[in-house]
Design a protein around this ligand. Structure first.
Ligand SMILES: NC(=O)c1ccc[n+]([C@@H]2O[C@H](COP(=O)([O-])OP(=O)(O)OC[C@H]3O[C@@H](n4cnc5c(N)ncnc54)[C@H](OP(=O)(O)O)[C@@H]3O)[C@@H](O)[C@H]2O)c1
Length: 430
């Protein structure tokens, strides 16, 4: 085999994803060679701690603590960044591109914050910067948006992109487990980190939503543009009410085009039980893409985990190797400026629950507040709680600002003991 047919890969990071990738390259290199004529060879692997036990055997000669030397090594053709975080990953990627090396990364945090700088550097270097694994792990969503749907005006992308929170919500719904117990279970199974903030407060999903919106709409959207609420305030009662009304509670990432604006948000939502997203259980991810001509598409699978994520990295690595040898690269084009629609200017149906004094006239007083703000009620139910009652309302499609104003004024009523959280209803036409 000529040396041109060997593509030498430098892997930065050998944790969950990096170790699985090194294993997969070993397992698949003959099949990849048969298909592409190129032999991928993991030539160097950079880690932080040389003494750490690894899940796979890596020859000591391959391992180094000096990631910069891997990036700078003229013998390395392609760099894979699976360290995570912003620095030093950003610097390594920029340097690799400057040296004319294509880069594959799984780093959502990096792309959601400084993606446009990196994409511009890749275009300038005329090299690939591929990142399939950064969103929804093993699910080939980014390639579909970039390539298969390149001619399709995307209206909306809607999905479950965080497996940890989906696992917790599934346990709360199916086994009536409390939020705290479901979170502990997720931590025991390795789905949730010891500090679960990034997952349960929606930061992780917001980073993915920013990347999805950038690719789907060709616009510069960063994590800070994304409105996000997590699931830590969702109670068993919220889920029980939703179930009784025929809905599942899911943490959704939503990116949609609204006239000339883009709305990108992450929040818990009630999804009708007949909607395909309602039946996505445990740590699975699923993403719905709605296009003008193609209609609705759904992508489903493992959104995290070493091997599924490494599978997506390997797909990118094969593409990057083939493109490098052909002397070509895939450009995202220039990302335009996006005008973001603020959350209070978005519309949805809403579920709002209240605890009120159970006496005559209360319903009339409460519904009067909804009417004053032009929020029309689609369904209501009442449940006795001793001297009090729980009222649950589902609105017709309403403006978020009007629903928030309604909620605010309801708190001021003497007869209202408590105003529960707001759950948006998504998937029944909105
Ligand atoms: N895990 C998933 O399911 C998943 C899914 C999708 C995307 N991702 C993304 O994939 C990336 C990697 O995730 P992971 O779960 O594999 O992380 P991880 O298990 O924490 O591994 C990180 C690796 O980077 C190494 N490292 C850290 N700083 C370094 C430095 N300065 N120089 C060289 N090596 C360094 C660490 O070395 P030591 O081993 O010596 O500590 C470790 O091997 C992240 O961007 C993450 O967001 C992960």
């Amino acid at each position: 085999m000529s040396s041109d047919n060997v593509v030498r890969v430098g892997v930065l990071g050998c944790g969950n994803v990096g170790a699985a990738l090194v294993g997969l390259v070993g397992e698949r290199s003959s099949a990849i060679e048969a298909r592409t004529g190129l032999r991928l060879e993991v030539a160097r692997v950079a880690v932080r701690n040389l003494a750490r036990d690894r899940e796979i055997a890596i020859g000591p000669a391959l391992l180094t603590r000096d990631a910069q030397s891997v990036v700078d090594d003229p013998g390395i053709d392609v760099v894979v960044e699976v360290i995570g975080g912003i620095e030093p990953a950003r610097g390594f990627i920029l340097d690799a591109l400057k040296h004319g090396k294509p880069v594959v990364t799984a780093n959502k945090e990096l792309l959601a914050n400084v993606g446009s700088e990196l994409f511009a550097a890749a275009d300038h270097a005329e090299r690939d910067l591929l990142f399939e694994a950064a969103v929804a792990g093993g699910i080939p969503l980014i390639r579909a948006l970039r390539e298969s749907l390149a001619g399709e005006p995307i209206r909306r992308v809607l999905g479950i992109v965080n497996g940890t929170t989906n696992y917790i919500l599934t346990k709360m719904s199916e086994a009536a487990t409390s939020y705290a117990d479901a979170l502990s279970e997720a931590q025991m199974l390795g789905y949730a980190e010891r500090d679960p903030t990034a997952d349960v407060e929606g930061f992780d999903a917001a980073a993915k939503a920013a990347i999805i919106a950038s690719i789907a709409f060709g616009a510069k959207v960063v994590a800070g543009d994304v409105y996000h609420e997590g699931i830590s305030k969702i109670t068993g009662a919220d889920i029980a009410v939703a179930r009784r009304l025929g809905y599942a509670v899911k943490l959704l990432a939503i990116a949609e085009r609204a006239q000339d604006e883009i709305s990108v948000r992450v929040h818990p939502a009630m999804v009708p039980s007949g909607h395909p997203l309602a039946s996505v259980r445990d740590s699975y991810n699923a993403v719905f893409v709605e296009g003008d001509a193609v209609g609705s598409l759904m992508f489903y699978g493992r959104g995290a985990g070493g091997r599924p994520t490494a599978s997506a990295v390997l797909g990118d690595l094969v593409d990057a190797a083939v493109n490098l040898r052909k002397g070509t690269f895939a450009s995202l084009g220039t990302l335009g400026r996006a005008t973001m629609r603020p959350i209070d200017q978005t519309s949805a149906e809403y579920q709002l629950s209240l605890e009120v004094a159970d006496r005559p006239g209360v319903l009339h007083t409460v519904t009067g507040v909804f009417a004053r703000h032009g929020v029309s009620i689609r369904a209501a139910e009442q449940e006795g709680l001793g001297d009090d009652a729980r009222l649950v309302f589902i609105t017709h499609t309403a403006l978020e600002a009007d629903v928030q104003a309604t909620r605010h004024d309801l708190r001021d009523l003497d007869v209202v003991k408590q105003v529960g959280g707001l759950l948006r209803v998504i998937g029944s036409g909105t």
